[in-house]
Design a protein around this ligand. Structure first.
Ligand code: 5GP
Ligand code: ZN
Length: 112
């Protein structure tokens, strides 16, 4: 996916503030944080959004949640929110699957 922003970050063509990396996953700081801790949990595989994932991605999707939990713990977060925006109407602006991991403040519910 030549023009995809998060593919370029995963390929290190665009720099980011990396928090965690393994063979399938990247976690980096959101450039426009909405909470004291706001990182993005991103698969290196290009999947445009959660609804484009396939059964073959089940293990990867589970892995992303484990990585999120482990990164949250490593950042000292007991309470946190993990959310993905699926589609423009939900607020998705980057068409590469990512989970927002946010913490460090009290979260409101429901989100707007
Ligand atoms: P979305 O709106 O698609 O759910 O989330 C995209 C997120 O990516 C936003 O929170 C936005 O601040 C973040 N973002 C956009 N461009 C960049 C970038 O170049 N670097 C980083 N680190 N974050 C970005
Ligand atoms: Zn991509």
């Amino acid at each position: 996916m030549g023009s995809c922003l998060f593919c370029k970050i995963a390929a290190k063509e665009i720099s980011s503030q990396l928090v965690f990396e393994d063979e399938r996953t990247l976690v980096f700081k959101d450039v426009n944080p909405k909470a004291p801790t706001h990182v993005l949990v991103v698969p290196k595989k290009h999947i445009a959004r959660l609804s484009d994932s396939m059964d073959e991605d089940k293990d990867l999707l589970g892995h992303l949640q484990r990585v999120a939990a482990q990164v949250a713990a490593s950042l000292g977060l007991d309470s946190f929110r993990l959310v993905t925006n699926n589609g423009r109407g939900a607020g998705q602006t980057v068409d590469h699957l990512h989970y927002h991991l946010m913490g460090g403040r009290t979260m409101e519910w429901p989100p707007g």
